[in-house]
Design a protein around this ligand. Sequence first.
Ligand code: NAP
Length: 239
Amino acid sequence: MKSQQKPVIWITGASKGIGAALAGTFSTLDAVVVLSGRNKSLLEKNVQAINNNGGSAFALLCDVTKKHDVDAAYKKISAKLGTVDTLINNAGVTTFKTFEETTAEDFNAIIETNLRGYFFCIKAVLPEMLKRKCGTIISIHSVSATNVFLRSSVYSAAKAGALAMTRCLRAEVRKSGIRVIDVLPGATVTEMWNEKVREKHHTKMMQPENLAEAVLSVYLQPEGVTTDEIVLRPIEGDL
Ligand SMILES: NC(=O)c1ccc[n+]([C@@H]2O[C@H](COP(=O)([O-])OP(=O)(O)OC[C@H]3O[C@@H](n4cnc5c(N)ncnc54)[C@H](OP(=O)(O)O)[C@@H]3O)[C@@H](O)[C@H]2O)c1
């Protein structure tokens, strides 16, 4: 049943970290937030917290590396809640290995999640957005897309590829009224970093909730205004 007339915001990789923070922050809007990922219990915990807080949230299992998972998730959202107004591509992984240590399996996992996953999710939501001539696609990339960091070669390649892809997408769809917003964050305290790094550097890293607030402010632009790209870094810069 499409019980909601509220805008639908789909956030991938919302079980923890930046995705969970984005879900909490965007749930303060008069909107339904859909949290997807691979960990059912974490997703449900986040959904419950949002709903207990007066928001409106749904959990959905979806592995973004699997096209049929993404397409099935999109179908479920459309049938239950209506058209997706906003997609936030966020699900991502890395390994922090040197190029020499990186295996072909690492390569596949990083590219399949951070690049192909973004492609699949955009492919799912785009046709309806084009039909309606509106919609917003936010992609969480990384400063690694444009800067050199150690132990990040394949991650940087995936992020640079995704950024190139969404930059071209923006040029193609902006005349159709679709906003494509690219977010390039720097170091943020999440489990993507191991405990040692988080303990040592947490004061020099952004908190996911603060990053999410900044993304929300970019989303909430006045009529007729869009932010194409934004770089968000800790005040002290990169680690
Ligand atoms: N932390 C940083 O410093 C930083 C900086 C710049 C950009 N970013 C980007 O921000 C995004 C979020 O990262 P994070 O720091 O929040 O990391 P995180 O805490 O490790 O969270 C990653 C999220 O992605 C999900 N995910 C991973 N693989 C997935 C898959 N195949 N299908 C669906 N969901 C998947 C995870 O969910 P499940 O494992 O539960 O499925 C989890 O919810 C990533 O794109 C990352 O590259 C992070």
